[in-house]
Design a protein around this ligand. Structure first.
Ligand code: RP5
Length: 155
């Protein structure tokens, strides 16, 4: 399964990089693009409506402020969309969070925490693990190591 990582601006890249790094750790193929529901609406519409044809299984969409990118993506594809609210200077990311999480009934976006790009990738990994045995193995190993780290922590 291939993942599409989209973000509203190059200014989102610092946060969204964590999604890319995490997918790479799990050996999951992805494509990435800056694409804006507001600034490039026509291109956005073409890109998202053809995502499934390109072999995309999950869309991870990061956006800040009037963060319509994940919601509009969910409206235009049947693929699962994971939204990452980007922290903003003016309102700390509460604007992004509320914009992404408050989808109308019938068009869900799996909304992560503010700047939760790593978890977005892990959620995509979990979706991939339903059908890909090698990804499932890596996920089990990841969780095991994560638990060991906590159990071995000395304070
Ligand atoms: C949103 O507006 C982007 O996702 C970004 O988080 C925010 C600010 O964009 P820039 O003005 O930095 O390009 O569309």
């Amino acid at each position: 399964m291939k993942v599409s990582i989209i973000m509203g601006s190059t200014s989102d890249l610092n946060v969204m990089q964590a999604a890319m790094t995490t997918l790479e750790e799990f050996g999951i193929e992805y494509e990435k693009r800056v694409i804006s529901a507001h600034r490039t609406p026509q291109f956005f519409s073409e890109y998202i409506s053809k995502a499934e044809e390109r072999g995309i299984g999950v869309v991870i969409a990061g956006a800040g402020g009037a963060a319509h990118l994940p919601g509009m993506a969910a409206a235009m594809t049947h693929l699962p969309v994971i939204g990452v609210p980007i922290q903003t200077q003016a309102l700390g990311g509460m604007d992004s969070l509320l914009s992404i999480v408050q989808m109308p009934s019938g068009v869900p976006v799996a909304t992560m925490a503010i700047n939760g790009a790593k978890n977005a990738a892990l959620y995509a990994v979990q979706i991939a693990s339903l059908t890909e045995a090698d990804v499932k193995e890596k996920l089990i190993e990841f969780r095991k190591k994560q638990a060991e780290k906590v159990l071995n922590a000395t304070i």
